[in-house]
Design a binder for this molecule. Structure first.
Ligand code: SF4
Ligand code: SF4
Length: 378
């Protein structure tokens, strides 16, 4: 961890890019300040107390600083390790929320309870935006006819079947239409990112091992595809996966895959939100735009500052609702001006967070859902 921190030359180029610094104008809440805090804690110059834990805990892990850093400081890894050292000082909600959300049965109950909470509660609002319909997938899907082009694994994550059921069904429709067999291994679960970001490296590692075993048991796969960019950013960082990880939009946008897909026209304006995990980590945002441009008559308009954070940031919309709302407001103002028919975002927490604040009546969905709705089915 200290070797990673020592890579920082304190140039400050990351400061203007950091959303928590932009809101606070406080050096402590900048990437450079957080690195200095980790170094000061190690040197015994500052106590490992709740104040330090809040400074590290309030980082959104948008990884914008990492994307612009000339010294290639692996900031996310550093933050996870720093939080692990201060885990005992993180708030109780911060420590336990990831463990609850990453267990489908518990998260289902939590969302059910959340819907009973008043609208003023951040959990209550997120729960109301979540899809009420869960889906249950089979372990293997085969295209009905035609040549089979390959075989991919679909990563559903912990809340995919609950929060993103329409996107999973859309993913299946698109992959099957493109001629791919789709394995959905039963033993898979949470990717572990939320636990890692809450300083629980042991549980994050155990969850990743479970996924590794589940996908290794699914036979030969060309790729493991994720639909949520937050999970994808974490999966892409893992060593020795049983098959290479790829964001599903990047996979579908490959020339040889896209050549198999055709779309009905749609006269509508779609606002496209590109999550920070997609832009700063996966770096495949062009694929989403490219896919949407394949729908005839659709007017595609990007919203937000590319690489910026909407404030959802995993659990931040629940844990730090004030900051999350402030970061979201410029996006809502853009939506107000644009008046789109649809808003798409490929990360569920971003989508729920934006939908929660948007009262324009636009339909908020995963880009895959829009594409599957327009798919020409032979
Ligand atoms: S850009 Fe990189 S090297 Fe410069 S202050 Fe930020 S983290 Fe440190
Ligand atoms: S990850 Fe994002 S919020 Fe955290 S320090 Fe870097 S730019 Fe700021």
């Amino acid at each position: 961890m200290l070797a990673d921190a020592a890579r920082c030359v304190k140039c400050g180029l990351c400061l203007a890019e950091c959303p928590t610094y932009a809101l606070s104008a406080s050096e402590a809440l900048s990437p450079r300040g957080r690195i200095a805090l980790i170094q000061a804690l190690d040197a015994g110059q500052l106590p490992a107390d709740g104040h330090g834990a809040e400074i590290l805990g309030s980082c959104l892990l948008c990884r914008r600083c990492e994307a612009v850093c000339p010294s290639a400081v692996p900031f996310a890894r550093l933050m996870d390790q720093g939080r692990a050292q201060l885990r005992g000082r993180l708030s109780r909600r911060e420590r336990w929320l990831p463990a609850l959300l990453s267990r489908p049965t518990l998260s289902r109950r939590l969302l059910w309870l959340g819907r009973l909470l008043p609208k003023s509660s951040s959990l209550g609002r997120v729960a109301r935006q979540a899809s009420a319909v869960a889906t249950s997938l089979k372990p293997l899907y085969r295209p009905k006819e035609g040549e089979v082009r390959g075989r991919v694994g679909l990563f559903t994550g912990c809340t995919g079947e609950l929060l993103d059921a329409p996107a999973l069904e859309a993913a299946l429709a698109l992959l099957l239409a493109a001629g791919y067999e789709v394995a959905v291994p039963e033993g898979q679960g949470c990717c572990g990112a939320l636990d890692a970001h809450a300083g629980n490296a042991a549980r994050a590692g155990a969850l990743m091992e479970r996924n590794r075993a589940a996908f290794a048991g699914a036979g030969r796969l060309d790729a493991i595809l994720s639909i949520a960019t937050g999970c994808g950013a974490w999966l892409g960082d893992q060593q020795n996966p049983p098959a290479p990880h790829e964001d599903i939009c990047a996979f579908l946008a490959r020339e040889e895959v896209l050549a198999r897909l055709r779309f009905h026209p749609l006269r509508a304006v779609v606002a496209v939100h590109l999550p920070c995990s997609l832009v700063n980590v996966l770096k495949t945002e062009q694929a989403v735009l490219h896919l949407l441009e394949k729908v005839p008559d659709l007017q595609v308009r990007e919203i937000g500052r590319r690489g910026g954070c909407c404030g959802a940031a995993g659990t931040a919309a629940i844990l730090r609702p004030g900051m999350a709302r402030e970061l979201r407001q410029p996006l809502l103002d853009e939506l107000d001006d644009l008046g789109p028919d649809l808003v798409v975002s490929s990360n569920p927490s971003c989508r729920l967070h934006l939908a929660d604040g948007d009262d324009s009546g636009a339909n908020h969905l995963h880009p895959l859902v829009l594409l599957a709705q327009q798919l020409v089915r032979e």
